[in-house]
Design a protein around this ligand. Structure first.
Ligand SMILES: NC(=O)c1ccc[n+]([C@@H]2O[C@H](COP(=O)([O-])OP(=O)(O)OC[C@H]3O[C@@H](n4cnc5c(N)ncnc54)[C@H](OP(=O)(O)O)[C@@H]3O)[C@@H](O)[C@H]2O)c1
Length: 375
């Protein structure tokens, strides 16, 4: 039975100069794949021509994701098997995507990305498969050998605030993890001035909504396990730790000591990071504030808060913004940095579309929602 509406003419198709980019989403019915489709629905200049799901292949996308039904182009899309990419290109090369979003489980993209690139398309990968530069890190942090180590050098870490120039010419972009996006943006102005180092630990105390764990049914993510509950998880060894450390060390030219603890919060979306640093090893607080103000003045998607403003996840829900605030706890000699993002937006889909925009020569913010859903 069909539940989703066919095309109601919602959403604009053409962008600047009438150019329409063909897009594919692998893992289209997962949380981040569906979130990418949601952003693309409002982006001019793109047409989704291929969506995949192994379990739901042959079914209409609009039936599986009725919140997206009625959007131009989505009503008639049928979910394909990702094993058939080569056959699909042979059958209709004119509809085959020029760029793919790989919104799949960790370890899957290292098999998919080489195929997609061989088929002549670019890729924005939402998994961790191409974020770490050394293949030797994968067995330890992702419990798998890397099957495409030759692409690790080519893949560009897709945090526009650090690598905007490189992203523009990339074939393969490793979209940052959700926690790393929040923590790196919390610390980037300090790292870039080499103010983080091995002498003074960085403590990143982070909280995430439950959608961060994806859509698959797992007992710890059941409503009865999560509601009215608050818990830390992967207290030691979360795979986002080396990603944050890698990028902050690259920005500062020296390694740092980072202790990252994630917590699960009974809400759907959002990440909050409270980061602690020894302020006695840093320049005076007014100088630090001036540094953040100067670094983020020209960054559209980082909002550095006025003194005293406290970022909240509800202020960034559905948007590409990262809100950052500084606090000086003089009595304790601690600098506290509080920042928030939406894990499915800046932590995944809107950042992925921003990367696509850069890779295709468009404005970074094309099609990105600007106002969050509040309350
Ligand atoms: N959730 C977040 O907040 C978030 C934020 C940033 C990054 N990420 C990362 O983004 C990726 C996707 O996360 P998610 O939350 O969207 O997960 P999800 O809801 O579990 O969706 C993942 C999708 O991947 C597909 N998939 C799994 N194994 C596959 C395979 N072997 N071949 C092809 N498709 C496969 C599945 O689709 P079928 O089974 O239907 O094929 C599934 O719908 C993960 O690597 C995650 O770590 C997630």
């Amino acid at each position: 039975m069909s539940h989703g509406l066919r095309d109601k003419g919602l959403g604009r198709r053409t962008g600047k100069a009438g150019r329409v980019m063909r897009i594919g989403v692998i893992g289209a019915t997962g949380y981040t794949g569906a979130a990418v489709l949601g952003v693309l629905a409002g982006r001019p200049g793109s047409e989704v021509t291929l969506v995949t799901s192994r379990g739901l292949k042959g079914r209409r996308l609009a039936d599986e994701l009725p919140h997206l039904s009625g959007v131009t182009g989505y009503g008639d899309l049928v979910l394909e098997d990702p094993a058939d990419l080569e056959k699909l290109k042979d059958r209709d090369p004119g509809r085959f995507p020029e760029l793919f979003f790989l919104a799949v489980s960790h370890g899957v993209s290292m098999g998919l990305a080489p195929r997609v690139l061989k088929l002549g398309a670019k890729a924005v990968d939402l998994t961790g498969d191409f974020r770490l530069k050394s293949p030797a890190m994968y067995p330890r942090w992702y419990k798998t050998e890397h099957s495409a180590p030759e692409l690790l050098g080519e893949a560009v870490y897709g945090l526009p605030e650090i690598r905007r120039g490189e992203i523009k010419s990339a074939r393969l972009v490793a979209n940052p993890g959700c926690y790393p996006t929040c923590v790196i943006l919390s610390l980037l102005p300090l790292a870039e001035r080499s103010l983080l180092g091995p002498d003074s630990p960085v403590i990143a105390d982070c909280k995430s909504g439950v959608s961060g764990a994806g859509k698959s049914a797992l007992v710890p993510n059941l409503f009865a396990e999560v509601a009215e509950n608050f818990r830390a998880y992967k207290v030691i060894g979360h795979a986002h730790t080396p990603e944050m450390a890698q990028e902050l060390a690259l920005a500062g030219g020296k390694p740092l000591r980072l202790a990252f603890t994630p917590h699960l919060v009974p809400m759907n979306r959002g990440i909050e990071a409270t980061v602690y640093l020894d302020s006695e090893r840093l320049p005076p607080y007014p100088e630090i504030r001036a540094l953040y103000e100067a670094r983020y003045r020209a960054e559209r998607f980082v909002r550095f808060r006025e003194e005293g403003g406290v970022p909240q996840t509800v202020d960034v829900r559905g948007t590409n913004f990262c809100d950052v605030a500084l606090f000086h706890d003089e009595g304790a000699g601690i600098l506290k940095i509080v920042s928030v993002i939406d894990n499915l937006a800046r932590g995944a889909a809107t950042q992925a579309v921003a990367n696509m925009n850069l890779m295709t020569g468009e404005d970074e913010g094309l099609g990105l929602p600007l106002a969050g859903l509040r309350p």
